[in-house]
Design a protein around this ligand. Structure first.
Ligand SMILES: Nc1ncnc2c1ncn2[C@@H]1O[C@H](COP(=O)(O)OP(=O)(O)OP(=O)(O)O)[C@@H](O)[C@H]1O
Length: 282
């Protein structure tokens, strides 16, 4: 599998404080990669280095097999989309006119505007002026702008942090569509269910290093104690061990038609993060 991003022993020191100490990972072409960590763990710093907005103190980082320092050429800019904040929109222009400007800049046909506005649930608001938009709407316009030219690689820093569940779902559906069409997505988020539902693999960043990196389902299995919870018709909930001991007991309740539901007790990504780092994801 081809790697689109390769990061080796990346470090970034601000003054005398290390934001990143020794970070190494690869992102494969076509995957949605979740970069998770608590506030201040260095997620935005990593995106800024990978998009040529900040220089690392040491270590290597390549995107499209090129050192990140050479990504400023316009031909590479078109291959990448970046959302780190809501800046870059013209406050006095409407949503539509803002997107039209980007269409001109990226040589994208204007009919694409309708498609991206649908993806972010803004088809009714095209004439609204950007300065009058709510925080959530602004976030959606910024995302629409990043989707516009269907970049090969999209960096998203907490793309749904200001959104309600309905609009988050629109964004998630839009990201899945982009990913299916071939866009590789590098996503930071505090939202573990977002990471579980979108990401092929996730990395946990803490104390300047990657503490874990794998597919969510592999991590859940790795940290599972294999126990199951059995809910019975009389209202009891039994926590039973995995393996043959638990299976015999489950069979006993199943054969006497007492079972309402059986759930495996796999931890969530949030549980795993707390276990590994001792920190809540806030
Ligand atoms: N320009 C800067 N100058 C000095 N310190 C900085 C600078 N940018 C980031 N930092 C520090 O580097 C560390 C990592 O910051 P960063 O913004 O990358 O974290 P983050 O994981 O994105 O956090 P959040 O989830 O809150 O956005 C923090 O301690 C932050 O204060």
């Amino acid at each position: 599998m081809e790697n689109i991003i390769e990061v080796k022993s990346l470090a970034k020191i601000f003054g005398n404080k290390a934001a990143l100490e020794d970070v190494s990972f690869q992102v494969e072409k076509g995957e949605t990669f979740g970069f998770l960590g608590p506030s201040g763990s260095g997620k935005t710093t990593t995106i800024k280095i990978l998009t040529g907005q900040l220089l690392q103190t040491s270590g290597d980082a390549t995107v499209f097999n090129l050192p990140v320092t050479s990504l400023n050429k316009p031909s590479y800019r078109k291959r990448i989309g970046v959302i780190t904040d809501n800046s870059g929109l013209y406050q006095r222009l409407s949503i539509y006119d803002n997107l039209k400007l980007y269409c001109d800049l990226y040589d994208v046909p204007t009919k694409r505007i309708d498609e991206v506005l649908e993806m972010v649930n803004l088809t009714e608001d095209t004439k609204k002026v950007v300065s009058k938009l709510s925080k959530g709407m602004l976030q959606r316009v910024t995302l629409a702008r990043a989707f516009l030219h269907e970049p090969e690689l999209l960096f998203l820093d907490e793309p749904t942090s200001a959104l309600d569940p309905v609009n988050s779902k629109h964004i998630h559906d839009g990201l899945r569509k982009l990913n299916e069409k071939g866009t590789t997505i590098f996503l930071t988020t505090h939202d573990m269910s977002e990471a579980e539902s979108l990401c092929k693999r996730v990395a946990f960043l803490h104390k300047g290093k990657i503490q874990l990196l794998d597919e969510p389902k592999v991590l859940r299995r790795q940290f599972s104690d294999s126990s199951v919870t059995v809910e019975l018709k009389d209202g009891r909930e039994l926590n039973l061990p995995g393996g043959s001991k638990g299976a015999n007991e489950i069979y006993k309740y199943l054969s006497t038609d007492q079972v309402v539901s059986i759930h495996s007790n796999e931890p969530t990504l949030g549980d795993i993060f707390v276990e590994v780092t001792g920190r809540e994801l806030v």
